[in-house]
Design a protein around this ligand. Structure first.
Ligand code: G3I
Length: 370
């Protein structure tokens, strides 16, 4: 069952529609927000998802992948959701269905139905898949918490071998370990894995993943370390240490869950991406969404700022060849974790009616070099 989606009342939709006229997304990209229209201006909503050039074509012209987190029931039952996902994205991440909790809720009992459906959907549309995530304290079933250290080591080995082995040659990459850095100490977060396996569990996980799938790109994924700050320094130190020890790590995912009211500077994001790439690592913008509810000004100002953030982040990625992909965490405001976690917002590039927002053109323009 996907996170609760939010449909705005008609008035809100009309308000947003009139805003699209302001943000210059009626004709197609490259225009800055136009002057505030008179009250008589007829609102012009953005074009629907199936009438705008595929974003994946724009990203491909820049030699990049553009992705989205998706959920299998939407792909199976919602033709608009599935159509937009297939048209615009060539790199799909399972928002939920490849995590430990849904895949092995009960020890030894695996449920791959959702994950298989997402992989099949991607393969049928020439899209690639990123597995997410082999070890994450945020989606680990309760039974794992009750294991002794030796039992945990066996369970981790079994889980990674079974899951990564199943999708060998069918996924491009895996988020092997997710969010292992603590936000307060900037050391290793205390989780069931660090407590049970010791601080070396990150290296253990990457070695197990490499054994299970020798061809997949193995990624460390985290949030809050997109620009230059203590967390990104800690992430850099972690992955640098892993590389220096010969641990099979290939990339870093910078989640980019940001707020348009205060977000990392493009220069800092570019510098952070570059220093990671200089280690020989691929870099992904891995879970981007841009909250706008607390941006000052009217709806037009919020959407214009959001467009700028998407534009700046993609531009920062394009400055570094090893920044191979930009993945959004969802793609329509009709389905975002933000609504249930932070409160109603419109963080993505298609609105609730799957119409292209100014943010869509912000990304497209940069991919096309505009
Ligand atoms: O599918 C089940 C359903 O069968 C069950 O009845 C229901 C009641 O518990 O839960 C449903 O699963 C929910 C799942 O989303 C699918 O909707 C889980 O409870 C819920 O915890 C899960 O939330 C996801 C969250 O990660 C935790 O896994 C969010 O959708 C997802 O957007 C969020 O994504 C994370 C990334 O993986 C890591 N980075 C942060 C990001 C945001 O938290």
């Amino acid at each position: 069952m996907p996170p609760v989606s939010r449909r705005p009342p008609v008035v809100a939709a009309a308000t947003l529609a009139s805003v699209f006229a302001l943000a210059g997304c009626g004709g197609g990209g490259g225009t800055e927000p136009s002057a505030v229209p008179t009250a008589a201006a007829t609102p012009t909503p953005g074009p629907p998802w199936n009438e705008v050039t595929p974003l994946r074509d724009a990203s491909a012209s820049a030699g990049r992948l553009v992705g989205a987190a998706v959920y299998s029931s939407g792909l199976a039952t919602d033709a608009t959701y599935a159509g937009a996902a297939g048209r615009h994205f060539d790199y799909l991440t399972a928002e939920w269905e490849m995590k430990w909790d849904p895949v092995q809720k009960t020890q030894g009992v695996f449920d791959f139905a959702g994950a298989d459906a997402i992989v099949a959907f991607a393969e049928a549309r020439g899209a690639q898949v990123k597995g997410h995530a082999l070890l994450w304290h945020g989606a680990t079933p309760k039974w794992v918490e009750s294991l002794s250290p030796p039992e945990l080591r066996i369970a981790v080995e079994d889980h990674i071998r079974t899951v990564a082995g199943r999708y060998r040659r069918r996924v491009r990459a895996w988020d092997v370990v997710n969010e292992a850095i603590d936000d307060g100490t900037y050391g290793l977060r205390s989780t069931v894995f660090s407590r049970g396996l010791g601080d070396d569990y990150v290296a253990v996980a990457f070695r197990l993943a490499r054994r299970a799938d020798p061809d997949a790109e193995l990624i460390y994924n985290d949030y809050g370390g997109e620009g230059l700050n203590r967390k990104s320094d800690a992430i850099y130190a972690l992955v640098k240490g892993l590389k220096e020890r010969g641990v099979p790590i290939d990339g870093v995912g910078l989640q980019m869950h940001v707020n348009a009211a205060s977000y990392p500077s493009a220069a800092d994001v570019a510098a952070n991406i570059r220093r990671l790439a200089d280690l020989g690592l691929q870099v992904n913008i891995s879970e981007m969404d841009v909250q706008v509810r607390n941006v000052p000004g009217d709806a037009a100002a919020k959407l214009a700022r959001q467009r700028q953030v998407y534009r700046e982040v993609v531009a920062a990625c394009l400055t570094v060849p090893r920044c191979e992909a930009v993945t959004l965490w969802g793609f329509t405001d009709a389905h975002s974790w933000i609504d249930s976690f932070f409160g109603a917002d419109d963080p993505l590039v298609f609105d609730e009616q799957y119409r292209a927002k100014p943010a869509f053109y912000g990304m497209q323009d940069v991919f096309l070099g505009r």
